[in-house]
Design a protein around this ligand. Structure first.
Ligand code: 9MR
Length: 332
């Protein structure tokens, strides 16, 4: 008798727990990746190879995120510092860590005017630079063939301001307008299973720059140039979240590409930062093709704009109000 009462008493809390979570309602997610997964999205972070020895960094990364973007390790200056000499130590470190944790990898980036070694900038001939660019893409994307979910094939190729012009990079100057589509074709050949993205900043709302990118993507789709996705970096501050971000994401999605928030960080603190993050996440969730969100780092202390504390975890890896706000939008 005593024994069976004990069993009954032990079962009561179990039943109570079942009643609380049933019927049909799933428990609220307690991590960013679980919340995003429940909404059919991935939630990523930029990852720095030289922080992977810090246990709190790794614990937070592994617990919260299911996609990794190497922050600097796949850029041209890291992967081909000298012509024809490819170095992959740090890129491998990030890829191996991510894959070991079951995280998707976002490759970043094959063609960019910044963090570009001097030997590339000094090439004067367009045909020579085109073959150097193709060779770079073939090597880097080829090395990680089959392991990359998304490649940022070309980064930041449009000018700021109202001109809607291409940025005057060495690629634009020497090769001309065709360099972007040549880069996408080379990437498709090197890794046919990776989704290929164009990535830029100040394109989060509708403006002259984002419209210029939009027109390029529309043209690429019309002519069969291989492009699958567009990345919106979303380096923002509390006052600068565009009111039309959802409309902008949707117009790109309507062209038949996935849209991603790729480098999200929002300078600020407290409630205003939390609200700004919520606006961006809500906009993405409202667009069915917005299926990946990446924040540009794990902790404020290692952010490229650390003094603006733009991320979801503070320097001690405590969850900030912005973290709770993002998680609650993902759970809503
Ligand atoms: O976060 C990156 C920082 O560590 C580098 O010093 C910097 C060099 O340009 O690049 C930062 O990442 C950039 C990204 O690759 C492309 N979009 C803008 C990002 C912030 O500058």
């Amino acid at each position: 008798m005593r024994k069976s009462l004990g069993v009954v008493l032990a079962v009561v809390p179990v039943l109570a727990a079942l009643v609380v979570t049933a019927p049909g309602a799933s428990a609220a997610a307690t991590t960013l990746k679980a919340g995003a997964s429940a909404k059919g999205r991935v939630f990523g972070a930029a990852v720095a190879a030289n922080r992977l020895g810090e246990s709190a960094y790794v614990t937070t990364l592994n617990r919260e995120f299911n996609q990794a973007t190497p922050e600097n390790e796949m850029k041209w200056d890291a992967t081909e510092p000298n012509r024809g000499q490819f170095t992959y130590g740090n890129a491998d470190r990030v890829v191996n860590h991510a894959r070991g944790q079951g995280m998707a990898v976002r490759g970043h980036t094959l063609v960019w005017h910044s963090q570009l070694p001097g030997w590339v900038s000094n090439i004067g001939s367009g045909s020579e630079l085109l073959s150097v660019m193709r060779n770079h893409i073939s090597n880097v994307a080829g090395r990680y063939r089959g392991q990359i979910a998304y490649w940022d094939v070309v980064n930041e190729a449009f000018a700021d301001g109202t001109s809607g012009a291409r940025r005057s990079t060495v690629f634009q100057q020497r090769i001309g307008n065709g360099y972007i589509e040549e880069a996408f074709r080379a990437a498709r050949t090197a890794d046919p299973s990776a989704k290929l993205c164009y990535n830029d900043y100040n394109t989060d709302g509708q403006n002259a720059k984002s419209t210029a990118v939009y027109n390029m993507v529309r043209d690429f789709k019309a002519r069969g140039v291989p492009i699958d996705c567009v990345g919106f970096q979303a380096h923002l501050s509390t006052g600068s979240v565009p009111g039309d971000i959802q409309a902008n994401l949707q117009r790109f999605a309507n062209l038949g590409v996935d849209v991603h928030i790729t480098e999200l960080d929002i300078g600020g603190s407290g409630t205003s930062q939390a609200d700004a993050y919520a606006r961006v996440i809500r906009a993405c969730l409202a667009v069915s093709r917005c299926n990946a969100i990446t924040v540009w780092g794990v902790t404020d202390k290692y952010s490229w704009r650390a003094s603006q504390t733009p991320l979801l975890f503070d320097g001690n890896y405590n969850k900030k109000p912005a973290y709770n706000s993002v998680l609650s939008v993902l759970n809503s």
